[in-house]
Write a protein that binds this ligand. Structure first.
Ligand SMILES: Nc1ncnc2c1ncn2[C@@H]1O[C@H](COP(=O)(O)OP(=O)(O)OP(=O)(O)O)[C@@H](O)[C@H]1O
Ligand SMILES: [Mg+2]
Length: 226
């Protein structure tokens, strides 16, 4: 797995740098997708353990996609272990993904929220679910993925960390590719390797790793001088 991008950050992301980071992430993503022989539309973001920055990175890429007029995109909050995309996007948590899958009546088109019509949308997590494994194995999930594939150029899935929730692997295997987020100075290399090996054994295409919350070792002002 190659390094896809790294993102500096201590406690909060600097607002002034968000657009630059987002554009860089999207550029690298499109580049990586173009280098792959297979079609890559459904992309999951996951990690080894919780709080590595999966929701943050998903949101950054989604923002860049919204500025593009080429791509029709959707972000799905599949982080049902701890839904957070609705907070970042400032939208209601439900109805959302779980309601679309578990209720026969609600269609996904009615549950998605527009970020920028008609190019980018968000599907929040929906009502909480009792069991992640039951949810992700639900037969309606697969028809839903098929629908999304024909409706969008890119669908980003904010996923639970596969290291902590290996039961989501069968679902991840249905996606086209994964970006693997690693929080610097937080997750042990060995633990990340185990999670990545698990994905590879599941036949998952890993587009690359994103090293998040890297620290500056020389004062930030010096970085800015060059
Ligand atoms: N590059 C960064 N710089 C500064 N703060 C960051 C950065 N990335 C993430 N954070 C902060 O770290 C916290 C955890 O990030 P986030 O919610 O994106 O992680 P997550 O992997 O989705 O967590 P969870 O396991 O709860 O789903 C948040 O408060 C977020 O604002
Ligand atoms: Mg999250």
């Amino acid at each position: 797995m190659g390094l896809f991008a790294d993102i500096y950050g201590e406690n909060t992301l600097q607002k002034s740098r968000i657009a630059v980071i987002s554009d860089h992430l999207l550029g690298t993503l499109v580049d990586a997708v173009n280098r792959v022989d297979t079609e890559v539309k459904l992309i999951g973001l996951t990690s080894t353990q919780e709080k590595e920055g999966v929701t943050t990175v998903t949101h950054l890429i989604a923002n860049a996609l919204c500025t593009s007029t080429y791509f029709r995109s959707l972000v799905v909050d599949a982080g049902l272990h701890n839904p957070a995309m609705h907070r970042v996007e400032n939208i209601p948590e439900a109805p959302g993904l779980s309601d679309v899958i578990l209720s026969k009546e609600l269609r996904w088109k009615e549950a998605i929220k527009s970020k920028k019509e008609p190019v980018c949308y968000v599907l929040p997590a929906g009502k909480s679910v009792e069991s992640l494994v039951d949810f992700f194995m639900h037969p309606r999930v697969y028809d839903f993925l098929k629908d999304l594939r024909s409706a969008f150029n890119f669908v980003l899935f904010d996923l639970p960390p596969v290291g902590t929730y290996p039961e989501i692997l069968p679902f991840i295997s249905e996606l086209d590719a994964v970006l693997f987020v690693v929080r610097a100075h937080y997750t042990r290399v060995r633990a990340a390797q185990v999670a990545v090996d698990r994905l590879k054994r599941g036949g998952v295409l890993i587009l690359g790793g994103i090293l998040n919350r890297k620290r500056y070792y020389i004062p930030e002002t010096l970085y800015k001088m060059f």
